[in-house]
Design a protein around this ligand. Structure first.
Ligand code: AMP
Length: 391
């Protein structure tokens, strides 16, 4: 299949798109429709010459924005549309060709991702209405982690909560962990045991053995695990009750504080942005220094914990905005794992930034920096599914 795949990531008031060509060297048209439903709605993107454009779409809803996106694809007709869907529950262990039954199943999963799945579905429904002949595929953030064994996905809670209410660990960032671990396999020439660290605004780690996720740091929701830009990651499960009793906070308030006011932003009192924090730490800002220290220690601690899930440990892969661009975070994280026998190549670490792929170990387990490509992976899974369906 040589035609490009249109990848759509639909939020409640935004649509991120990328037209992914079959050839990796061809330019990728990409952009974002934002502030949908408001007078300020607009479409921003990059054309095939690499030039940026902005188009006002006052009052546009998802359907109007999708039509505008199709209009700026420079006459290219996609072979299919790949939709990023956050939660596939236990039903979706891989991508799925979208039909009415799949839409209904995603709707049923909405209770597990009330902020994301309904918005993702909005994009699916609008695209199906606008382009009824185009094949559409749902690619789930959770699907890659459906290979977790029960010892990794079950919480130590009453069984009925799992049986009747689907409460378990699901994991997220699946397309990213799948992409970088497959790439590490290809680069190293093995079917390896990798610990992958996706460190961006959202952060998660994953243990991948021969292409299958064995454990991951996120759980029922993307709040579990590492310190993130504004999310707390792991806290004592008793914290909710404590805040409610002692401060009289409502559930909504606790949820907001843990999701939006915590993480790097909360610890530093300054910013959720690692670049800014590194600069501030260099200038002696105590909060920024502490935030980076806690962040790196928690990544190391998570990697050490997840190493228990691997029958053999071959190396660590860093990805995401921070993982790909911050030699400092990589060095501090690895510095907390001396018992892994890791030896970092300082020069290679410093040089591997700005979307470069490279190996940064001097000895011991392999260390890789591999830029993530969630859109490329969604396009690849979409193509694969459509080829299987037409075989
Ligand atoms: P993402 O969500 O993957 O786009 O990652 C966003 C995070 O990457 C933010 O915290 C950015 O500050 C961080 N980031 C991007 N570039 C750099 C850089 N050069 N150095 C440190 N952090 C960076």
């Amino acid at each position: 299949m040589y035609a490009p795949v249109l990848v759509i990531n639909c939020g409640s008031s935004s649509i991120k798109y990328a037209l992914v060509p079959a050839s990796p060297d061809a330019p990728r048209l990409a952009g974002l429709a934002e502030r949908l439903g408001s007078d300020d709605a607009r479409l921003k993107g990059t054309d095939s010459r690499g030039e940026r454009f902005t188009q006002a779409l006052p009052g546009a809803d998802h359907a109007t924005a999708l039509a505008a996106i199709l209009d700026c694809l420079e006459g290219q007709r996609p072979a299919a549309v790949g939709h990023r869907i956050v939660h596939g529950g236990e039903r979706f262990t891989r991508a799925a060709l979208i039909d009415d039954a799949v839409v209904a199943a995603i709707e049923e999963t909405a209770a597990l991702a009330p902020l994301h799945n309904p918005a993702n579905l909005e994009g699916v429904k609008a695209t199906r209405r606008l382009f009824p002949d185009l094949l559409q595929v749902a690619v789930f953030d959770t699907a890659f982690h459906q290979s977790l064994p029960p010892r990794a996905y079950r919480y130590a809670l009453p069984e009925a909560l799992y049986r009747d209410h689907s409460i378990r660990r699901y994991g997220f960032h699946g397309t990213s962990h799948a992409h970088v671990s497959a790439r590490a396999d290809a680069l190293a020439g093995i079917r390896g045991g990798w610990l992958t660290a996706h460190l961006g605004n959202g952060c998660s780690t994953c243990a991948v053995w021969q292409g299958a996720s064995q454990d991951t740091s996120m759980g029922l929701t993307p709040l579990e695990g590492l310190v993130m830009g504004t999310r707390s990651g792991d806290v004592d499960p008793g914290l909710h009750a404590h805040l409610a009793r002692q401060l009289g906070w409502s559930l909504a308030e606790i949820d907001r504080v843990l999701n939006r006011d915590s993480g790097l932003a909360g610890l530093s009192g300054l910013s959720n942005d690692m670049r800014e924090l590194e600069q501030a730490a260099d200038n002696g800002h105590a909060g920024a220094r502490l935030a980076i220290e806690v962040f790196c220690y928690r990544v190391a601690k998570s990697l050490a914990a997840l190493s228990c899930a691997l029958p053999r440990f071959d190396g660590i892969v860093f990805t995401g905005g921070i993982g790909e661009n911050s030699p400092w975070v990589r060095q501090r994280t690895l510095g907390a794992l001396p018992h892994f026998g890791i030896e970092l190549d300082g020069a290679a670490n410093a040089a591997t930034v700005g979307g470069r792929e490279g190996r940064i170990d001097a000895a011991g387990p392999q260390l890789w920096v591999i830029p993530t490509d969630e859109e490329g992976r969604i396009a690849q899974e979409t193509r694969q599914l459509i080829e299987e369906a037409s075989a």
